[in-house]
Design a protein around this ligand. Structure first.
Ligand code: ASP
Ligand code: MG
Length: 474
């Protein structure tokens, strides 16, 4: 069994859906389970519709909902129209779902308020529609696609907008609903992103949560591999939009990939959790190049070789510097600082300390002024906005002193605000002004990965064991 997940751009229009179905057809003998995102842009539209309803803009709501409806109708027109009963029955479902959204949106308009619960119900429609549409389109191609409600499979807590799966319950449900279908050579198709609480409310797993859904389903059924089909060639050494020498990483460990995902690298940050727990490989592939191998993420990655794998960036970060002479030799100072962060509910990301100062980064500016006032009672506080964290992710980054020396050499002339080496040499993070961050990445990438067009400069030298070759895709 494998899980095949298609992202929103991979099901964005009729041609894309048709290409995605080819990918499924070629992997039919691997007993696939399909997880799909909403058609690209639809979730954003649904969020916008809920906000427009809250803001009493009925015209705008109508316009957005009509557009969402039309997009699905267009794809259905092209892919399933020839079979009249499929088309009719899809349109019926489309109408039913659209009516349901409209009812919830009227409720939101009436209250002038959106609860997270109501919002989840509205945005979940995107995946409901895309998965039903995908299943019909498969049947048109004589593939035994069978739509399964994600809410029958993925059970979650009631943290609306970012729910966590209840794995035992989900495993049971997946065994009961998905396995019998797969055993009969049917191909289950479900929407990503959606789950359900024990008392029956629809939840979502957070934006871009379909990757996470795919990994949850993979872990629940004990799949051999979870494939994330998207619009890039895999995980890359760097963002190709501003580093032309960026290239695909063949093989990564779960840990390295999780670290990259937490920096927004193409995967929902929690995707790797179920895969790690169940020891399942994840592969990231490009829908437009179905025969390429993409990036394979396994428990051990390229075991036996150390060195940098990728450079990621997190933007719009705020640095909080705190200095206090009282800190010298005083105990409890750090506790007081972090208590202030806790009280203002500001979560800290990177930390660097010296004898008399502590610097941290935070992702959000909320409560930042309140935080400043609290901290000012016992420290000098400086807050710097619009910073970027550059993370060099790899294995045993400290074992090879050339990594640090190349990085700092590459940063010559670019002021750094903070430096932090994460757990077990997995992540060397550097904070620079956002304005300098592209240049910094270009220079670090060149130093670590590019030498006269060949990569990488720091070869990931095997330390005895042979590197694991990426497995074929079939
Ligand atoms: N459709 C959802 C979103 O756009 C989930 C996903 O695409 O993974 O956030
Ligand atoms: Mg996505």
């Amino acid at each position: 069994m494998i899980v095949i997940k298609f992202g929103g751009t991979s099901v964005g229009d009729a041609n894309k859906v048709a290409a995605a179905i080819d990918i499924v057809a070629e992997r039919r003998d691997q007993k696939p389970i399909i997880v799909v995102s909403a058609l690209s842009g639809v979730t954003n539209d649904l969020v916008a519709a809920s906000e427009a309803a809250r803001d009493q803009k009925p015209e705008l709501v109508r316009e957005i909902i009509a557009r969402v409806r039309q997009r699905h109708e267009d794809v259905a027109m092209q892919l399933v129209q020839q079979k009249f009963d499929f088309f009719e029955s899809f349109l019926k479902q489309l109408t039913k779902q659209v009516d349901q959204i409209q009812t919830i949106l009227s409720g939101i308009a009436l209250l002038g308020e959106i609860t997270l619960r109501a919002k989840d119900k509205v945005v979940s429609i995107g995946e409901k529609l895309s998965s039903v549409l995908f299943a019909y389109s498969m049947m048109m191609r004589a593939l035994p696609g069978e739509h399964v409600e994600s809410e029958e499979v993925i059970w979650t807590n009631d943290n609306f907008g970012g729910a966590t799966p209840l794995m035992n319950r989900t495993r049971e449900a997946a065994m009961k609903t998905l396995l019998p279908l797969v055993e009969r050579n049917h191909i289950p198709v479900m929407g990503g992103f959606i789950g359900r609480t024990m008392d029956g409310a629809t939840t979502t797993l957070g934006r871009n949560g379909s990757d996470y859904s795919a990994a949850i389903v993979g872990a629940a059924v004990g799949a051999r591999e979870v494939q994330i089909w998207t619009d890039v060639d895999g995980l890359l050494t760097c963002d190709p939009r501003f580093v032309s020498g960026a290239r695909v990483i063949d093989l990564l460990s779960h840990e390295e990939a999780a670290e990259l995902a937490s920096f927004g690298a193409k995967l929902h940050p929690r995707t790797l959790e179920p895969a790690i727990a169940a020891g399942i490989p994840v592969r990231v592939l490009n829908t437009d190049k179905p025969s390429s191998l993409g990036t394979l993420i396994t428990r051990d990655g390229s075991e036996g070789s150390s060195g940098p794998r990728s450079i990621a960036r997190k933007r719009h970060v705020t640095v909080v510097h705190m200095t206090s002479n009282k800190m010298l030799g005083a105990h409890g100072f750090l506790a007081r600082i972090f208590a202030a962060f806790e009280e203002e509910e500001v979560s800290v990301d990177l930390i660097a300390t010296s004898e008399v100062s502590v610097s941290v980064t935070v992702d959000e500016r909320h409560n930042i002024e309140e935080l400043r006032q609290r901290l000012a009672q016992f420290a000098d506080v400086e807050i710097i906005d619009e910073q970027a964290i550059i993370a060099i992710v790899g294995r045993n980054l400290l074992n090879d002193t050339r990594v640090a020396s190349h990085v700092f050499e590459a940063l010559r002339g670019i002021p750094t605000k903070m430096i932090s080496l994460g757990r077990s040499g997995l992540n060397l993070s550097i904070v620079v002004d956002d304005r300098d961050s592209e240049r910094a990445i270009q220079q670090i990438h060149a130093a670590l990965f590019e030498v006269e067009g060949q990569a990488p400069r720091l070869s990931t030298e095997p330390t005895g064991e042979a590197p694991v070759a990426p497995r074929g895709n079939s």
